[in-house]
Each structure stands twice: as structure tokens, then as C-alpha cells.
Design a binder for this molecule. Structure first.
Ligand SMILES: NC(=O)c1ccc[n+]([C@@H]2O[C@H](COP(=O)([O-])OP(=O)(O)OC[C@H]3O[C@@H](n4cnc5c(N)ncnc54)[C@H](OP(=O)(O)O)[C@@H]3O)[C@@H](O)[C@H]2O)c1
Length: 330
């Protein structure tokens, strides 16, 4: 029995976690091609933090329910192929009006991945955005024919997935971190070299590591001056794909690096990638992340918070992002 109303976290102003309130709202009804999912767990990602401040590529005016991904049971469907999913536990990505930080949400049937039993609800809630991004970026490196990849924010959940995926695909990975504490763990994970961005000899060490490990492409989640530093460390003709702005600073690149080295910076956004590469590639990625690459895609979960405690949980995550993810539960 689906209730007429449900509890949902509502963002009532773009004030970060302070703008969130737990409210009773109407339960949505799925339209053609959509499903209604009863949420078990919902993820909190850097994109959500930007959304809470009205600074993300997707912006909805308050009041609105945030949350771009989650895990739950499909309990209803509009007309179309969604009915095949009713009764299945799925990972879901939300696109439209409804976010995953609610007891129920709406997702396109094509944005749901039926989950294998061994994947927990918590891991299931983080099974789409980061794993598919890791798949897509490492796929790009393979198509570019490079021997190694360079990545920053390497201790992030996505950075760790990329290191493991690169290794599984026979590529080397040079990892940039800002703290010595992560070096040993990332080497144990499979990084070929870990470089400290705060070290005095950073530029020279980075260039040496890129040459030693055949890095021909860079994946940048930080932006600011790190984008230009990565580009300068890579060989002529290389590309840096900027996919995040954790520093909250604009990309800074020395013009000479671009002009005289035939190098370039590109933007990467998963939503755009899916549009460009199409449903068949997406299905291939979804299959791989639950089969051959399953061991590469786990995420460290630090704590679970009830919806009512979400503002406190999100503040804790914001203050120590490298410590692990938090998961929200109804
Ligand atoms: N473009 C896309 O389609 C797409 C898709 C998925 C994810 N992303 C992006 O990927 C990035 C990582 O996401 P995630 O979920 O893996 O993050 P996460 O696990 O929550 O980790 C955040 C990481 O960011 C690092 N960090 C925070 N501020 C930083 C700064 N100013 N300089 C350097 N590092 C900083 C932290 O480093 P410490 O460990 O040193 O604290 C931590 O490891 C985010 O920018 C996210 O928006 C983009």
C-alpha cells in the first residue's frame, strides 16, 4: 500500500545543510517510462553539497528535495518498461523534479540498475554516479591509447575507484594527494606512484612520475591551479579532463602550456557523457561495474544518518570529506 503522503527532506533555501527541513509532502506518481522507488539508502556526494548552495549544473528552485542517487525497491511504475522492475531492489539516479532524500522518489526506468544480492543497500546507494564516471574516464584513457593516467583528489571515493579500475584494465595510475596520510593506503590500493601536491618539489616530482609511468591523460577533480600543474606535467599532446571543482576556484592554465605543447583542457560531466555515448555504452558500463569491475567500485562508508539528522551528517561530511561517505536513511 503506497501512502498518499511521505516524509522528505526539503531544501527551503540555498543555505547548505541549514536550508534542509524534514516535511510531510505528497507521494509522487510515476508517469510513462518512470518508476516509484521506496528508498532504503541515499548517497551524499560533492555534487549534492553544490546543489544545496544553488551552485550545481542542475538547479531547482526551493522548496525541493535534493539527492541525485540512492537505493530502494521499485513499488510502482507508469506505462512502459518500468513495470518489469516492480519488486526489484535497484540503484537509481534521479534527474527531474524528485530527489532521493525522501521516503519515495521517481526515477526513469532507464536510470535504474537492478542490484545483485551481495551488494548492500549502502553500497547500492552509491553504485551509479561514481562507478560509471570511473568506468567512463578509464575507458577514455584506453581509447586514447595511453599507458598511464594522472589523477588528483586521489583519496576520494571516485579517485580510489579509478586507481583500482586503471589497474584492472592494465593501466598505470599516478595519484596526487594533499596529505601524506593517504600515501601508503593508495600505494597498497594499486597506485604506481603517489605525489604530494603540498611538497616543495611538487612540479618536478610530478613530471618525473608522469614520464616514468607513461601518463598521457589527466583527470582533475580540484581545478584552480592544479589543472595547469597537471597539464604542464603531462607530455605534448596530452589532455586534462576537469570533472570537479573541489577547490571552488576557476581553472588556471599557463597559456604557453596550451599553445606550444598542443595540450588541452576538456570538461567532463557524466550527464553529457551518457547523452553522447548512448544507452548501449551505459548498459555495458552498468554490467561491468557489477561483474568484472565489482571489486573496484566499493566505497568507504563512515556513518549512516536518519533523515531527521541529515543536516548534522552533511556538516560532518563537509568538514572531513576524505574520511569516508555518509549515507542517509528514511
Ligand atoms: N563530472 C562528473 O560527472 C562527476 C561525477 C562524479 C563525481 N564527480 C566529482 O568527483 C569529485 C570526487 O567525488 P567523490 O564522491 O569521490 O568525493 P568524496 O569521496 O566525497 O571525497 C572528496 C575528496 O575531495 C578531496 N578534496 C576536498 N577539497 C579539496 C581541495 N580543495 N583540494 C584537493 N582535494 C580536495 C578530499 O581530499 P582529502 O582526502 O585530502 O581530504 C576528499 O578525498 C567531486 O568533485 C565530484 O563532484 C564529478
Amino acid at each position: 500500500m503506497i501512502p498518499k503522503t511521505m516524509r522528505a527532506l526539503q531544501l527551503e533555501s540555498f543555505d547548505g545543510p541549514e536550508g534542509l527541513h524534514l516535511r510531510e509532502v505528497p507521494t509522487p506518481t510515476p508517469r510513462a517510462g518512470q518508476v516509484l522507488v521506496k528508498i532504503r539508502s541515499a548517497a551524499v556526494n560533492p555534487s549534492d553539497l553544490m546543489f544545496l548552495r544553488g551552485r550545481y549544473g542542475v538547479r531547482r528552485e526551493p522548496p525541493t528535495t535534493p539527492g541525485f542517487e540512492g537505493c530502494g525497491d521499485v513499488v510502482d511504475a507508469g506505462s512502459g518498461m518500468g513495470s518489469l522492475l516492480v519488486g526489484r531492489r535497484v540503484a537509481l539516479a534521479t534527474q527531474g523534479t524528485y530527489g532521493s532524500w525522501a521516503e519515495y522518489t521517481i526515477a526513469d526506468a532507464t536510470s535504474c540498475l537492478p542490484l545483485r544480492a551481495r551488494i548492500s543497500d549502502e553500497q547500492g546507494a552509491m553504485m551509479l554516479v561514481n562507478p560509471i564516471t570511473a568506468w567512463a574516464l578509464i575507458d577514455r584513457a584506453r581509447r586514447d591509447g595511453v599507458r598511464g593516467v594522472l589523477l588528483n583528489a586521489a583519496n576520494s571515493a571516485l579517485g580510489r575507484m579509478m586507481i583500482r579500475t586503471a589497474q584492472a584494465r592494465g593501466l598505470r595510475a599516478v595519484a596526487i594527494v594533499r596529505s601524506q596520510t593517504h600515501v601508503a593506503a593508495l600505494m597498497a590500493l594499486g597506485a604506481s606512484a603517489v605525489v604530494l601536491s603540498e611538497a616543495d618539489d611538487y612540479a618536478a616530482t610530478l613530471k618525473e612520475a608522469c614520464a616514468a609511468h607513461g601518463c598521457g591523460i589527466g583527470f582533475d577533480a580540484v581545478s584552480g591551479k592544479q589543472t595547469g600543474q597537471m597539464l604542464a606535467a603531462l607530455p605534448r599532446g596530452a589532455r586534462v579532463l576537469t570533472y570537479g571543482a573541489l577547490s571552488l576556484e576557476p581553472v588556471q592554465v599557463d597559456v604557453g602550456t596550451l599553445l606550444f605543447g598542443n595540450r588541452a583542457v576538456e570538461g567532463f560531466w557524466l550527464t553529457e557523457w551518457i547523452k553522447q555515448r548512448g544507452m548501449l555504452t551505459l548498459l555495458r558500463a552498468m554490467y561491468d561495474i557489477q561483474t568484472s569491475l565489482a571489486s573496484c567500485m566499493s566505497t568507504e562508508v563512515l556513518a549512516t544518518y536518519a533523515f531527521a539528522d541529515a543536516p548534522a551528517g552533511i556538516r560532518a561530511y563537509q568538514d572531513a570529506m576524505g574520511a569516508g561517505k555518509i549515507v542517509l536513511k528514511p
